[in-house]
Design a protein around this ligand. Sequence first.
Ligand SMILES: [Fe+2]
Length: 228
Amino acid sequence: MKRSEINTYIKEAEEFFASFQFYLPAFSKWTLEDWKKNREKCDEILSCAMGWDVTDFGSGDFLKVGLLLFTIRNGVLHSEKYTKPYAEKIMLVKPGQVTPMHCHYRKQEDIINRGGGRLVFQLAPAENNKPVRGKVNVVKDGLLLTVDSSEKIPLEPGESLTLVPGAFHTFHADPSFGSVMVGEVSSVNDDNTDNCFAEERERFQKWEEDTLPTRLTVSDYADFFNIK
Ligand SMILES: [Fe+2]
């Protein structure tokens, strides 16, 4: 993807979240100059990978397989400095856009339809860190359900699923409805080490730098600040 596309998708997300009166912290709007000015104060943002995050999971086709996220709060696993055991994200899922089948080794997460269209899940039991066919138990807003891996589980606005470590899940926004504002409330999040994809996927990509970033993303921090 090109940087100009990342800039456009982030701008779209800012407007989309604001249309639900869901507002992000001030650093979500920082320019490159603001980041430089605040460098000494923003170590927690950088260390906890808070902020914008756009991925196509290595698919090369963001609108088909991709996700736009903003990590609002997070900690660092085993850190004595950044000890939050919890994380929160807000995401924009476009109609038909898929987040591919994966599970987390450590993280437990609630994925919430915060508004917009319909979010559709499929779940699968795991065997040797791979999804297999069969039944799986899942909690939907406090209710225990048993579902089959072939089943589609729709989440209407306000509804959520609890995904425990090792529970394989994939989701997309129903193409017959609009984009979905998706929330995530979870234990501490580490997208570098804690994602187990069913098929080989790339969580972070390098973009074609055809223009300057209007917003930094979490995968820009190391290069922008020259962090080893
Ligand atoms: Fe997940």
